[in-house]
Design a protein around this ligand. Sequence first.
Ligand SMILES: NC(=O)c1ccc[n+]([C@@H]2O[C@H](COP(=O)([O-])OP(=O)(O)OC[C@H]3O[C@@H](n4cnc5c(N)ncnc54)[C@H](OP(=O)(O)O)[C@@H]3O)[C@@H](O)[C@H]2O)c1
Length: 243
Amino acid sequence: MPTVLILGASSDMAVAIARKFAAAGYDLQLAARNPAKLAALQSDLSIRYPVKSTLHEFDAEQPLTHAAFFSSLPVKPDISICVFGYLGDQQQAQSDWKEAGRIIMVNYTGAVSILNSIAEYYVSQGKGTIVGISSVAGERGRMSNYFYGSAKAGFTAYLSGLRNRLYHHGVHVLTVQPGFVYTRMTEGMPLPKPLTATPELVAAAVYNATLRKKNTIFVKGMWRWIMLIIRNIPEFQFKKMKL
Ligand SMILES: NC(=O)c1ccc[n+]([C@@H]2O[C@H](COP(=O)([O-])OP(=O)(O)OC[C@H]3O[C@@H](n4cnc5c(N)ncnc54)[C@H](OP(=O)(O)O)[C@@H]3O)[C@@H](O)[C@H]2O)c1
């Protein structure tokens, strides 16, 4: 059975991704900082699908533990999906390094450190797939969320470079730009319905793009054009806007 590792498996998006891959017959390795939270998901998956799932402790904010975490996996995954993320509080991050540092650590440093270990293993095998959930927030820094946005921008650039390097080793890297998604992260935010995806839609897009070896996807296609416009607003105008 092929195996998928899901990092940040307690997130709403990750749960939908886990269900999608389980329905397709993949065994699952579900990793989160509090694996006890995943017990209900694990038992639900075992009732619905004839696949095996295991739970693993993983903290994105402890990058020095990541190499050991990956080596300790008894079965190495065929596909690794990095889902975890932290929106954080922009206002607080402006004056509190603890918050700013956490946003950068979870969305960039922690993601890079675990994917480095996975990438080296996949290179040694000459195969494997890495999926990174990034964000359109990384396409251009805005006043309302530039700590999160800049960390995701770094992550998107990292994935692009990784894809370029690993292509020559038979390893595939997919970057996912979900746009707005109805999850715990966006709870209570007034999201525009036509631009907002469900976790299930993200899961189906991730699954299909992984199988088709796509490079980058926008879950809702409209976001590609929105970001094209946003990226092309001249800086002298952009800096005056309140975005
Ligand atoms: N929702 C959106 O509109 C949207 C849009 C674009 C991109 N994204 C990205 O999509 C991904 C999934 O987000 P979501 O919307 O599903 O949000 P979510 O439900 O809030 O999930 C965030 C996940 O990250 C995990 N996490 C946070 N800090 C961690 C750490 N130090 N170590 C390990 N895991 C940690 C959380 O674990 P705990 O359960 O332990 O807190 C949770 O599982 C994120 O990368 C996010 O940036 C979301």
